[in-house]
Design a protein around this ligand. Structure first.
Ligand code: ZN
Length: 262
C-alpha cells in the first residue's frame, strides 16, 4: 500500500473549503496540490524528502504553494504535457518535467487523465486509491464550468475512475471517499438527471442559459449563480454536440434540436 496523508489547507475557494494537499509515499514523497504554505503541511513533510511535486489541475485554489515548496524542497516539478505554459502562468514555476496519461512518477504512482472540471485535470493512481482532485467529492456535486469545463469529458472521467474500482478516492476537497463506486455512480446519475432537466426546459421554451438555469434549479442560487450557469452551459454544449439542442453561442440562444423529437 502507498502511504497517503491528507492535509487540509485553508485558501479562498469556490469549492467546499478547505483544499486538500496530499503527501504521497513514505520517505521520498510526491507532494500534490500544495494550495498554500501552511504549518500543517510543513509538519506532514517534516523528516521526509519531497522528490516530486505536481497538481491535479491549475485552478488557483490548488496551486498557491507550488512556488514556495518547489523552492524550499528542490523537488522535480511536473506539469501536464502540452500545458507547461498554463502551469507556469498559474504557479510561477517552469516545470522540470512533463507527464501524460500513464506516466509513472514514483514507486507505482501513475497519472491518469481526468479532464472535465478543468481541461488539464489529472489524477494520481496508487495501490491505496486515487488522488482525484476535483472529479468527485464525498458530498455534493462538482462544478463543470464551460467553456473550459467539458461535460462529455467529465462523464468519461467519472466512468474511467469507476472502471478502475479504486479502494478509495482522495479528493481535492472534503473527506476521503471510502466508497468510490457509490459516489461515482451518484455523480453520473446526478449529471444524467441534470441533463434531462436541461433538455426538457429547452423543449418547453427556455431559450437562453439564464432561462434554462431558472427552470432547472429549484434552490436559491445566491452567490453560486455564475458557477451553476457555467455548468448548465456545459450541459448545453454536450446536448448541442449530440444534436439534441441547438446553441447559438454568439447570441446566447438555445432551441430544441432535431434529435429531441425522437
Ligand atoms: Zn478546480
Amino acid at each position: 500500500m502507498t502511504r497517503i496523508d491528507r492535509v487540509p489547507v485553508e485558501v479562498p475557494t469556490s469549492a467546499p473549503a478547505p483544499t486538500n494537499a496530499y503527501v504521497v509515499g513514505d520517505d521520498e514523497v510526491l507532494l500534490v496540490d500544495p494550495a498554500a504554505e501552511s504549518a500543517a503541511l510543513d509538519a506532514a513533510l517534516e523528516g521526509r524528502t519531497v522528490s516530486h511535486l505536481a497538481v491535479t489541475h491549475t485552478h488557483p485554489d490548488h496551486v498557491g504553494g507550488v512556488a514556495a515548496y518547489a523552492d524550499r524542497t528542490g523537488a522535480t516539478v511536473w506539469a501536464r504535457r502540452g500545458r507547461e505554459a498554463e502551469f507556469a502562468a498559474a504557479t510561477g514555476v517552469d516545470p522540470d518535467r512533463t507527464f501524460g496519461d500513464g506516466t509513472t512518477l514514483l514507486n507505482g504512482v501513475r497519472v491518469v487523465d481526468t479532464p472535465g472540471h478543468a481541461s488539464d485535470h489529472v489524477a494520481f493512481v496508487t495501490a491505496s486509491g486515487v488522488v482525484s482532485g476535483d472529479v468527485a467529492f464525498a458530498e455534493g456535486s462538482v462544478v463543470v464550468p464551460a467553456p473550459e469545463g467539458d461535460m462529455r469529458a467529465y462523464l468519461v472521467s467519472l466512468r474511467r475512475l469507476h472502471a478502475r474500482a479504486p479502494p478509495r478516492l482522495y479528493p481535492g476537497h472534503g473527506p476521503v471517499v471510502d466508497d468510490p463506486k457509490r459516489v461515482l455512480e451518484r455523480l453520473v446519475r446526478h449529471r444524467r438527471d441534470r441533463e434531462r432537466r436541461v433538455e426538457r426546459a429547452i423543449r418547453e421554451g427556455a431559450d437562453d442559459l439564464d432561462a434554462v438555469l431558472d427552470a432547472v434549479y429549484e434552490k436559491d442560487l445566491t452567490g453560486v449563480r455564475d458557477l451553476a450557469r457555467a455548468t448548465v452551459h456545459a450541459h448545453v454544449e454536450k446536448l448541442a454536440a449530440e444534436g439534441r439542442v441547438r446553441f447559438d453561442r454568439d447570441a446566447g440562444r438555445v432551441a430544441p434540436g432535431r434529435a429531441a423529437d425522437d
